[in-house]
Design a protein around this ligand. Sequence first.
Ligand code: PHE
Length: 341
Amino acid sequence: MPSLQEQIQAYEQEINAFNPAGAAELEQYRIRFLGAKGIVKTLGAEIKNVPAEGRKEAGMQLNGFKQLAEARYQEFAHMSGDTNDSNTDTDISMPGTPLPIGTRHPLRMVENEIVSIFERIGFSVATGPEIEDDWHNFTSLNMPEHHTARDMQDTFYVSQQPDWVLRTHTSSVQARILETQPLPVRVICPGRVYRNETISARAHCFFHQCEGLYVDKNVSFADLKQTLYYFVTEMFGPDTKVRFRPSYFPFTEPSAEMDISCTVCGGSGCSLCKHTGWVEILGCGMVHPNMLRNFGIDPDVYTGFAFGMGVERITQVKYQVNDLRLYSQNDVRFLRQFQKL
Ligand code: PHE
């Protein structure tokens, strides 16, 4: 029978060599050495068999042994919840590898901002199809078949379906709203539109618009001006000036184009405003009585205003993007610049 001292030495070797692969081995170790019937307890009980003169030394040895067994356990205690025994190299407390997070497209961010500005004053979002029929894109908007105003927009036609076009503006959504919604209506309609243009820094075959429409009793041009003025102040800041120039759209009468004071030079003249101090940002007007009639609405009872803006244009003015092609080239160096906005 080996002496108590010899037993302790043998167990100490075992403990020092102990290197568990996972929670299960650690638990076995705990039961074997530190459990209620474990080795530490059993050896402790043997002290009474040690002759009195060696008892003190044996006690100290036992104490050291107990501390070693516990310390070794503590060294691996972090594994105790780890059920994957083969995973000893994983330190789950280490910070993870960051995944690169994408950013929203600048056009989408600006569109969201436009929409939220109008939502705050009671407009709700409406959308319509991008492949549109002639009635909703042109005819119902007071642009009959041979109306010269159709030349204002170079149209993509769908060859198999002579009545179909890729919508040239979001005013088609106005038509669909007036056709289906009970009055009053107050909607903002964001969406993609298409025109047969050669792609360059200043023109593209597709772009994005945001249309607004408000039809109710007693809607006046003053309401239109104040609504757009509110929009400009929210979007470009309270110091931005606004001016309206008379214009022509077949579906509004009177019609206007709205300019704002240049956001880059503040009005003193630069390349964005072509040294005029003003940049055009949208078209607008009072809904033409013919258009209301097209949808069975009596223009003597109801009036309304409409406006349409290009999202690329607003983004250009706000963030000085000077080439339209950048929006669809998917160059992450361009897109990442908008990460913090
Ligand atoms: N649809 C016009 C365009 O694409 C913009 C507009 C919308 C003008 C609504 C007036 C009213 O140019």
